[in-house]
Structures are given as C-alpha cells and as structure tokens.
Design a protein around this ligand. Structure first.
Ligand code: ATP
Length: 248
C-alpha cells in the first residue's frame, strides 16, 4: 500500500520500514555440538516483526494503530519514539515527541515523588522552570496529595503509575504516542486520562494510539492503520479500519 496522502504537513513519516528480531532457540549441549560439527548455524533465526510498513501522519491527526496480538503495534511505536532502530527504511518525526510507552521507566525508587517528577520531566526534555510551572498541575492530576514527598518505593503500583503517567502527559509536546493507557490505574483515573488525551487531540497535537479498547479508539481517532503479521494491510477511516482488523 502506498503512502497515505495527507493535506497538512507530516509530523510522522514511516518510510518502508522493516524490523527484525533475533529469535534464540534453546538446544541441548548435544544438539549444539552436532550443529557445530556439521558447521550448521544453530540457536537462532530472525523474525520479521515489521515488513515494508509505510505511512504518513499529518500534523494534528489522531491515528489508531490496530492489529491482533503480536502484529507489530508496540514495535512500530518504539521505532517512532526512537527506542528501537529500523533494520531498513526510515522514520522521521517533527517536533517534541512524548511517548506513553514505558511509563515510569525513568523513575527511581529511592527518590521522593517530587524528586522523580523533576527527574522525569528533565528526561522528557523539560527545563526546571517549565517543570516548576506545571508541578502543581502534575501532582493534582495524579491525586498523590501528601504522599508526594514520600519515597516512590513506598507507593502502591497504582499510585506509582498515576504519578508517572501524569508527568508524561503534562510535558510540552507536539506528538504523543500512546500504548495501552487503559492499563493505567483504576476506572475513574482511566476516564480522566482519556479526557486529557481528548483535550490534547483538540489542541491539535499529533497522536498515534495503540489500544484494544475500540470504543476509546473511536472517540479519539479519526483514522486507523491496521497491521497484520508485521504488514500494513489497511489505512483509512477508523470504523473501516476496525472492520478490516476483525476480518481475519
Ligand atoms: N525484543 C524482542 N525480541 C524478539 N521478539 C520480539 C521483541 N519485541 C517484540 N517481538 C516480537 O515481535 C512481534 C510483534 O510484537 P509487538 O509487541 O510489536 O506486537 P503488538 O501488536 O504490540 O502485540 P500486543 O497486541 O500483544 O501488544 C511479536 O511476535 C513479538 O514476539
């Protein structure tokens, strides 16, 4: 499928991207020895997680990345965020990019919530003044309250995720990559996250959203791309994309 034609200037360009993973197979010592004697390669093979994927996302567009388990959605988001490098093709992005991908990965258990907010905002590209200006909003959104000065290792897993998510979503950004936000926190907090994401979409931020929750996808996204076994099989209106995904 060719590149989608977009009217606005592109925020994300994914150009004929391929990503391979090395699969290691465990073998007995005997099998490994026999393979060595026979000069055969043993122990690994490659697996194409993404193959010839190509699309553009225009500034301000909200696009869903759909597909069954293992189709390559998270791998695609990691390539766009720069966590992974493609083996072929290229990925270009314009503007400040924030990823709700491995939320909380930069948190340090021995630091307080407050210290972690500053640390993570810095990792996400904010300077001290910018973080100070948003600090109260970040804490209010997380509902951590008086626990903000406690060491994060004493937080419950839900509290930890709420603070991490709150930092990630309040940073200055042009492009937001969202991977399964609905696994964050309890139902009221998830609803709040969805509202915040809709607000960012309304403000004209570019979004790429991975979720298995189709009603949320329909609320946030107008367009959907569908991956099947690492290949892009559909790019178009979100309702049609959901249908295309369900057709096996
Ligand atoms: N680091 C890795 N090493 C080896 N294989 C990997 C690695 N990361 C992903 N894969 C494989 O690549 C394929 C695509 O994985 P990916 O996580 O992108 O799928 P997904 O569409 O996000 O799936 P899900 O809906 O289950 O989250 C899977 O078969 C997975 O096993």
């Amino acid at each position: 499928m060719g590149a989608n034609v977009v009217e606005t200037r592109p925020s994300i360009v994914v150009d004929d991207v391929r990503k391979d993973f090395l699969l290691r197979h465990t073998h007995s010592l005997k099998e490994t020895f026999v393979a060595w004697v026979q000069r055969k390669k043993s122990g690994s093979s490659t697996f194409q997680a993404l193959d010839g994927v190509e699309f553009h996302v225009g500034e301000g567009e909200s696009v869903a990345v759909l597909g069954l388990n293992g189709s390559g959605k998270s791998t695609l988001l990691k390539l766009i965020s720069g966590v992974l490098e493609p083996d072929a093709g290229r990925v270009l992005t314009r503007g400040r990019l924030a990823g709700l991908i491995e939320v909380g990965a930069g948190f340090h258990p021995d630091l307080s919530g407050r210290e972690n907010v500053y640390l993570n905002a810095a990792i996400l590209g904010m300077n001290r003044a910018e973080t100070e200006a948003r600090f109260d909003e970040i804490v209010a959104f997380s509902e951590i309250g008086e626990f903000i000065d406690q060491e994060v290792k004493h937080y419950s897993s839900g509290m930890f995720l709420r603070l991490a998510f709150s930092v990630a979503i309040h940073v200055e950004l042009d492009i937001l990559l969202v991977d399964e936000i609905l696994s964050v926190g309890d139902a009221p907090f998830r609803e709040k996250c969805k509202t915040k994401i809709l607000e960012l979409a309304d403000q004209g931020k570019t979004m790429l959203v991975v979720s298995h929750n189709m009603s949320m996808i329909k609320e946030i996204c107008t367009r959907g791309i569908v991956l099947k076994k690492g290949k892009l099989i559909f790019d178009g209106p979100v309702d049609e994309a959901i249908e295309a995904m369900n057709k096996r």
